[in-house]
Design a protein around this ligand. Sequence first.
Ligand code: FES
Length: 246
Amino acid sequence: MNLVLHVWRQKSVRDKGRFETYPAVNISPNMSFLEMLDIVNEQLILAGQEPIAFDHDCREGICGMCSLVINGVPHGPERGTTVCQLHMRHFRDGDQITIEPWRARAFPVIRDLVVDRGAFDRVMQAGGFVSINTGGAPDANALPVPKVEADKAMDAAACVGCGACVAACKNASAMLFVAAKVSQLAHLPQGQPERDRRARGMVAAMDHEGFGSCTNTYECEAVCPKEIKVDVIAELNRDFRRAALK
Ligand code: FES
């Protein structure tokens, strides 16, 4: 396959940035999107040019680091798929592909396609954990959790914290991310002692970091590579209201 890439290039957080056009030639349809970018970068390096900076770690859909907006859609055209799991066979020979970083005030662009997602870390530090001693694995097995609750906790725990929900939302809202993290623990006995404090703290941190409000457009659910449902947002709203009244 031969493709034409329109890639966002930005030297630093202060640089204005601009699109640059690059050819991607002899690309195998079996390559992942990131492997295609690796090939383009090798060609740029051979030509003495700066390679395109982009984030990745596991390349297995686990870490949530790969964060590209492809043709206007966070993580690209395939539902329930991270960029690293997106394969070139979903594109056609001769396609023009636009590649941008996440766009949100709370995620400043550090370089090219790499953004600073430290805001998510700070939201997690505001309550996305349990601080009680939960013991080792045998203790955990001794504490029965109803199957339906365990399933809900596991579904929410699938969130990899990539930030696609923020990038897709016109308000740059982080509600799907925060709600998944709150819901994951709200369905487990270990999450109960700090449940109210968690909901209040994480919502306050989310607002403090500059994420916008949720207006129920569901764009977040549509682009989530782990297909987290907006139901968790309703759960967070219930938890937050109850905690605020106490
Ligand atoms: S690189 Fe880890 S999820 Fe894509």
